[in-house]
Design a protein. Structure first.
Lengths: 476, 319
């Protein structure tokens, strides 16, 4: 046997402070009421740092700082000068990418291979891309003189902490807005390191403000009357609450919510690559991906063959220490999320689906869930309808292209979908009919800053990325 | 072997009787998505193999080297030196394993055979009008018989790319069958020359064709055309031998050749073997590297691991 020796990435590149304040008006400050919480490493449950919890007075302060920066500095600044700051931030992210990647893996639990090879390159690419737009907004297709909206309140999830920050902050700043951003309570650390990068880049005070905290902080932020724009990525449930709370105000809203994507494999698909796509679709980032291909729809006449290949491939997945460079599947982000994954998986078994996981040893400490597939799933099962947000795949079969479309669309969500077939005309036929914001053909989970991303139906509205991503941050 | 694979095996052995049956079968194999295959190969290349795993991989890679020289300028002196190196790659370290085989032109086989006699190092010879294969079949078979008679126990043949690319699959098949017969007890490695087949779909079809016709090994390249072994091509071939064993119960080896020059490259291939076909193929009987300069890099890295310091290239023999 060829056993890979441990190949841990060094933690020493990250210089963590024992505690962090709030980043308001260009400085780290203590919260008004002194509240704090601890951010832990989900792979070991060790405390990484103590992080402030912002209360209403802190939100007030941050929004005021953002407003002042918008009125006095960032709003009036010519686009080409805003671009310089964004380019500078992008370069600093590249220079410090190793540090950021290690910290992201520590705080989130994702494998270093992914934070290093996927998250960080995309984060830098987003800043580079939107830096390019800052002085060309009149050519973005929104009229000759598009204006920024003002102060943006941005609330982001824990699955791609820094990447979601980039998706929110880069277009907002390029368009001339200032921001108050709240990272997720379980993954605040890279956002705080990003705040240091803003200082390093000499970004004018108040242009970016980072408020750490939990749901109450987020609610206070999006409901603050001084906010002109709200952008949220997270669960459909919270998205609904936000939409309700800002209804009737002047605030503009974009939402990127849950998903239950179908990954559709036809009998003429390139099987080996389709299996890679299935694995990437559901086990990438432990399945903590809103656009994860969590429902496999496989044509019945190749189902056995595809499943056999899939199981063989899953047996090669290396689950464990996120900082080991050979780890494929890391830790579940939190105890609460692990509980939800367990609850839904148990429901899958109870409802009669057949559960399978490859033999794999899970560490004793931390939050872990083995890659799992359920076969014999029907549309009526909870695991075929509810977003699990974990490494759990529900396998369904279909007989004809029309049935595949019908099943794929039979969900309240509509964020993404995958099609695997050698037939180009079928790809186009399917893509026309799938109600999903992103449709991948013979690939999955491909992201690029130039490409818009967003959902249909209960997966949200508005687009992030590309020229389209500017629209949510401009008065058009 | 199970009853199903036995019956599948006999069904598959019928395919070679008819051009139509062969074509239908080969064109019915699942396609290969180029982007996906290249992405997977690149991903496997990011594995980090360190310390004990690296030491283990280096020794295995040395044992898998087909130490090769295929030049018009090859002389008895040159190939004898190469054979001596094959037996004792690192004269300073008796714990260093010998390589898998020495690979030379048929005319050089007798000189190598003298040196290797009694050792466990195999003697491979290219034959069948290597590298182009553009000669009448009788000449190719005579070439093969001569190499075997001179002492080669492994024959590296080239497939008839001209016939393959014009769709005459049965002709390719029949030539491999005939060469296999001419080999007698010698093992047959079938060179697909993937650089000339151009598409991964062709690589998969040629792999199956070679296995169906009885090849013991499938090999990527002659090393004589600009594009030799690549990771994605080897991945497609590994998938083919995996699927072939599943269908028939017979295991076929894989030999990437040409362009693999560094320890780092060799380790990437071993990772790919490990994660695509598994430990059954992690053995010189089932996986080989066709290479020449690779060996010295492996030795250099091996010395680095055991002594902690890099020695200069002058500490390793040039042959």
């Amino acid at each position: 046997m060829f056993e890979y020796a441990p190949a841990p990435e060094s933690r020493s590149v990250v210089d963590l402070k024992p505690s962090y304040g709030l980043f308001i008006d260009g400085k780290f400050v203590d919260p008004a009421d002194g509240g704090s919480s601890k951010s832990i490493n989900p792979a070991s449950e060790e405390v990484l740092a103590e992080v402030a919890e912002a209360g209403t007075p802190d939100v007030e302060r941050a929004v005021r700082a953002a407003r002042k920066a918008y009125d006095k500095v960032w709003g009036p600044m010519p686009g080409r000068d805003r671009a310089k700051y964004l380019y500078r931030i992008a370069r600093l992210i590249q220079e410090r990418s190793r540090e950021l990647a290690v910290l992201e893996s520590l705080d989130n639990g994702k494998p270093i291979r992914e934070s290093r090879d996927v998250d960080l390159p995309l984060v830098a690419a987003h800043f580079f891309y939107y830096a390019g737009w800052a002085d060309k907004l009149e050519h973005a297709g929104f009229g000759g003189n598009p204006q920024p909206i003002g102060v943006a309140a941005q609330v982001i999830p824990w699955n791609f902490p820094l990447l979601m920050l980039a998706w929110k902050i880069a277009p907002a700043l390029a368009a001339g807005n200032t921001v108050v951003l709240k990272p997720a309570e379980t993954t605040p650390l890279t956002a705080l390191l990003f705040a240091e990068i803003c200082q390093q880049a000499d970004l004018p005070a108040g242009v970016v403000n980072i408020l750490t905290g939990a749901g109450d902080t987020g609610r206070a932020l999006v409901e603050h009357p001084g906010v002109d724009k709200v952008a949220f990525t997270g669960s459909t449930e919270v998205g609904r609450a936000i939409a309700r709370s800002i209804a009737g105000t002047r605030k503009k809203l974009t939402l990127e919510l849950g998903g239950k994507a179908a990954n559709i494999v036809f009998d003429d698909a390139p099987i080996d690559q389709a299996v890679e796509g299935i694995v990437n679709g559901i086990f990438f980032n432990q399945g903590h991906v809103c656009c994860a291909g969590s429902r496999l729809l496989v044509q019945e006449n190749v189902a056995d063959r595809v499943l056999e290949s899939l199981k063989r491939r899953m047996a090669q997945l290396r689950v464990g220490d996120p900082l080991d460079k050979n780890t494929d599947v890391g830790a579940i982000n939190s105890a609460a999320q692990l509980e939800r994954i367990r609850e839904l998986s148990d429901a899958g078994s109870a409802e009669g689906a057949e559960r399978w996981s490859p033999p794999c040893e899970l560490p004793d400490r931390g939050f872990w869930f083995a890659p799992t597939i359920f076969t014999g799933v029907t549309q009526a099962h909870r695991i075929a309808r509810e977003e699990i947000f974990g490494p759990v795949l529900s396998v369904l079969t279909f007989r004809t292209p029309a049935e595949a479309v019908e099943k794929a669309n039979n969900t309240p969500y509509g964020l993404s979908a995958g099609i695997w077939t050698d037939k180009g005309s079928r790809i186009l036929w399917m893509a026309d009919r799938l109600r999903a914001g992103v449709v991948w053909a013979n690939t999955f989970n491909k992201f690029d800053p130039t490409s818009p991303f967003g959902g249909y139906k209960e997966s949200g509205y508005g687009r992030e990325g590309g020229r389209h991503g500017l629209e949510g941050y401009l008065n058009v | 072997m199970t009853a199903t694979t036995t019956s599948a095996r006999s069904e598959l052995s019928e395919l070679g009787r008819s051009e139509t049956a062969l074509r239908t079968f080969l064109h019915g194999l699942p396609g290969v998505d180029q982007v996906g295959a290249e992405q997977r190969a690149a991903q496997l290349g990011t594995r980090s193999i360190k310390t004990t795993a690296k030491a283990q991989a280096i020794d295995l890679a040395i044992r898998m080297v087909d130490l090769t020289t295929l030049e018009g300028a090859d002389t008895p002196g040159k190939v004898r030196a190469l054979a001596a190196k094959a037996l004792r790659p690192d004269p300073a370290d008796p714990s260093c394993p010998h390589v898998g085989a020495v690979c030379v032109y048929p005319a050089m086989v007798p000189y190598v055979a003298e040196v290797l006699r009694g050792s466990a190092v195999h003697l491979a010879s290219v034959a069948t009008a290597f590298p182009s294969g553009q000669a009448p079949l009788e000449i190719k078979l005579a070439d093969t018989r001569a190499a075997v008679a001179a002492g080669a126990d492994e024959i590296d043949m080239v497939i008839n790319r001209s016939a393959f690319l014009s769709g005459r699959y049965k002709e390719v098949y029949d030539e491999i069958v005939a060469t296999k017969e001419a080999c007698g007890d010698a093992h047959l490695k079938v060179i697909l020359e993937t650089g000339e087949l151009a598409t991964y779909d062709n690589v998969r079809r040629a792999s199956w064709l070679a296995m169906l016709a009885g090849g013991d090994f499938i090999k990527t390249s002659t090393g004589k055309v600009p594009i030799a072994a690549t990771m994605p091509v080897s991945l497609v071939m590994l998938e083919a031998v995996r699927d072939f064993r599943e269908a028939t119960g017979r295991q076929v080896g894989v030999k990437p050749a040409g362009g693999i020059k560094t320890t780092k490259d060799a380790i990437k291939y071993l990772v790919m073997v490990n994660e695509t076909v598994g430990p059954d193929w992690l053995d010189p009987d089932w996986f080989r590297f066709g290479a020449s300069s690779l060996l010295n890099d492996l030795l250099m890295q091996r010395t680095k691991l055991t002594t902690g310091t890099y020695s200069g290239p002058d500490y390793f023999t040039l042959d």
